[in-house]
Design a protein around this ligand. Structure first.
Ligand code: C5P
Length: 275
């Protein structure tokens, strides 16, 4: 049984406050992409096993796919250890702000629920998603949505106009706690004028430490992007284009300048919902 886990970008992200539990209040617009990982589930009777096509991904309880197994198993009232196998075909780069780990976590909630005939309701799956991470609830709903509070209070929007999306990957990743930590450090500092308009508040502190991000954004703007910004906590920069030809040309330019890049599309809710 296969379940797709679609990547996301943040079309906008405002940090609106800090919560007593250390998390940040945000207001963001999530957008699903056609780019996706695929999770293939199968029965097993000797515990849990995760395989992944990409090296460097933890295959134990640190993986959200593993945590999802434990949480679905317990919520279904099963005893003992969860039993099942999953193979992850990874296409979404890690530490890129594309939600790769969280998308896999949401897809795994759906996949384990189905494999074990747990019959958990949509509301129960949403609760379990919140426990896995702030970004996970979006991936259950997918499409275009506003995320409030930790980003986990999801208000679905109608699907927006389809766009071609150029992703450019700098040669470094940024972890989410690191990006929010830099935002805390820089509080009160004004953004550099060349970052205006600020589409993503986290882009300001992250670009200050990694000026290469600004170069990438400028390259995409010069190539005619309708909008270009960092996604989530970085480090991927995206550009939106109306046509495939323009997107291809921008991606080729980014590659000629030495960056890794790919072209994908926005995905509707119906296309990107796990299942
Ligand atoms: O929820 P998740 O495990 O994805 O978050 C990872 C870390 O990112 C949190 O421990 C926190 O440091 C930071 N974070 C935050 N505010 C958010 C989301 C994440 O400070 N809204």
């Amino acid at each position: 049984m296969n379940v797709r886990a679609h990547a996301k970008i943040n079309l906008s992200l405002a940090v609106t406050g800090v919560r007593p539990d250390g998390y940040h209040e945000i207001r963001t617009v999530f957008q699903s992409l056609a780019l996706h990982d695929t999770l293939r589930f199968a029965h097993a009777d000797d515990g849990l096993a995760i395989e992944c096509s990409a090296p460097g991904v933890p295959l134990d309880e640190r993986n959200l796919v593993w945590k999802a197994a434990r949480t679905v198993w317990d919520a279904a009232g099963r005893r003992g250890e969860p039993c099942g196998r999953v193979r992850i075909t990874k296409r979404i780069p890690a530490q890129g702000g594309l939600g790769g780990g969280s998308a896999d976590g949401a897809a795994a909630l759906v996949g384990w629920d189905r494999l074990w005939h747990a019959g958990l309701s949509a509301g129960r799956l949403r609760e379990l998603a919140c426990g896995l991470g702030a970004d996970v609830p979006f991936f259950l709903s997918a499409g275009t949505a506003v995320g409030l509070n930790r980003g986990d209070d999801i208000r679905p929007l109608d699907d927006g106009p389809a766009r071609w999306v150029v992703l450019v990957f700098p040669p470094f990743g940024v972890s989410t706690p690191e990006a929010f930590g830099w935002w805390d450090e820089d509080r009160g500092r004004r953004p550099q004028a060349d970052l205006l308009p600020v589409v993503n508040d986290l882009e300001v502190p992250v670009s200050r430490r990694h000026p290469e991000l600004l170069e990438i954004r400028r390259e995409l703007e010069r190539a005619g992007a309708e909008s270009a910004a960092m996604t989530g906590s970085g480090s991927t920069i995206f550009g939106l284009f109306a046509t495939r030809v323009a997107a291809r040309a921008a991606s080729d330019r980014a590659r000629a300048a030495g960056w890794r890049s790919l072209v994908t599309r926005t995905a509707t809710r119906a296309q990107a919902r796990p299942g």
